[in-house]
Design a protein around this ligand. Sequence first.
Ligand SMILES: [Zn+2]
Ligand SMILES: [Zn+2]
Length: 411
Amino acid sequence: MTIRIEQSCPQCGAGVDFVETDHILTCSYCGARSLLQCGGPFRYVLPMAGKGSSAGLLLAPYLRFKGAIYLVSSETIEHRVVDTTQAANPSPGLPPSLGLRPQAMPLIRVTPDAGNLFLPQTIKASAIVEKAAAVGNLAPAGETFYHRAYIGEHLSYIHLPLVIKNQGVYDGVNDNRLIGLAETEGGSLNGRQFDHSWRIRFEAALCPQCGASLEGAGDCRIMACANCASAWEVGPAGLSRMDWQVQPAKGEAALFLPFWQVFAQIPVLRIVSFADFVVRSNQPFLPRPQWEDKAMSVWVPAVRLRPKVFLQAGRQATLGQWRLAPVQGKVRPNLFPVTLPSSEARQAVKLMLAAAAASPRLIFPLLPQVQLTEVAIRLVYLPFIDRSHDWVQPETGVAIGKNILRFGRSL
Ligand SMILES: [Zn+2]
Ligand SMILES: [Zn+2]
């Protein structure tokens, strides 16, 4: 589900169309583009019944998680897409989940000046997500798993306003009585002040190198400068420079799709070069002598995709990397936006190693001990050609359904 956020332009104050996964704001009135920065997940409050104000009220936290969970067990990689909003403070009387309510109306950002008090989070985010995903049901009974990864997730907090009146606690959104004040556990409804790390800062989206405006849709993680050809990753601490390259197209490429190329050595698997990887993961082809000098890299799609397609695309690009020779990047109109941050590509390395292994039993049991060393990352755009229902990458054979690429954007 998609959740809309009430947002105004920090330059001119006009209302802007904004969804929960966005962190780049483009104003259609004044044209200003701004980055939203926050030290942690974004925090919102559900709008009150009858357009009342939630200022000064007590707010109960709900964790919102949208993303995919992957589990590597003895022979297989299981995955599940999770989209949930669950209580992070299950005090008696409070609803366990917000259900579909966050979709009904645009949410409002939590701000320090509204004078709200916040019920503290009492359950860890990871415990909430695992319960919602029924991780227990993903792994076969009694079987332990070797690796677990959350990829492509959006995490935020949505708060439910609580109204205390008539000796009871009321749901501020639908005005239902939740519980009598006398039945709440002593002190369980004590709120805390706004935490300053939750504050949102707005920064103009300008190239730190040359000052030109940076381009990028609301959910994009990399903004490129058409003026000086630099690329910048949008992170919680601002823009950081990203090394990027493009694989030249033979003839016309309809589309360039971004991949993260994560260079790493893996001592426990004795993998330093691409040749080592081919041998240790038991690929059905022989390493060529020149692959001994080719540093090992794991390729991870830099776009959000359905789990099965994400694994397949990463696997094929990783196996076919010897056919690629990318060169310095140049901004062009058909670069597909990066929607998966580099931090998640690093988290996906073990998963991609598992996906690319020809013999699971040689790799999977060692995953818990895998530590990456000499890690470096860059962004590489690969050319894709139009093949009726699919986008196809000629060198590596990666094929991605056109409808899946559209779906992935909203995953
Ligand atoms: Zn504006
Ligand atoms: Zn620039």
